[in-house]
Design a binder for this molecule. Structure first.
Ligand SMILES: [Zn+2]
Length: 136
């Protein structure tokens, strides 16, 4: 899908990834998580990062003009990446919609008319006596 924001993606250069990785090995800054010196820890949740579970994430999304710099790069685990991707995608979809609307490119949608619901018959309340017990 093409976006009005542009489709070019700038990945982090190796030097930036190296700097970010070094930073996440130096000390965990996640609140409430014990810092294990020399061990890479996720900058989102503090879990120990193992090969195959290391992702370099843009803090300011690339699609919204975030720079590929070490300051804008966070080393994260798969779970934190997933969570952030969800948030970022929602923000970028919104940005796309705002752009589309301001360029007059938004598709006109017609609201589906529903028939509505029939009015439910009145219900007997628990306090109303049951008809068949009235004789007793
Ligand atoms: Zn994490």
């Amino acid at each position: 899908m093409t976006s009005l924001r542009g489709d070019e993606r700038t990945e982090f250069p190796q030097s930036v990834r190296k700097a970010a990785f070094r930073r996440c090995c130096l000390g965990c800054r996640v609140k409430g998580v014990e810092n294990i010196p020399g061990v890479p820890q996720c900058e989102g949740c503090g879990t120990e990062l193992r090969p195959g579970n290391i992702f370099y994430e843009h803090m300011d999304p690339d699609g919204l003009g975030g720079d590929p710099t070490a300051e804008n790069c966070q080393v994260r685990c798969r779970n934190c990446k997933k969570t952030k991707d969800k948030v970022d995608n929602a923000i970028m979809t919104k940005a796309d919609n705002v752009l589309k609307a301001s360029y007059g490119l938004k598709r006109k949608t017609k609201k589906i008319q529903s028939k509505g619901f029939e009015k439910a018959p009145g219900q007997r309340r628990a306090s109303t006596p049951v008809e068949k017990w009235k004789g007793f």
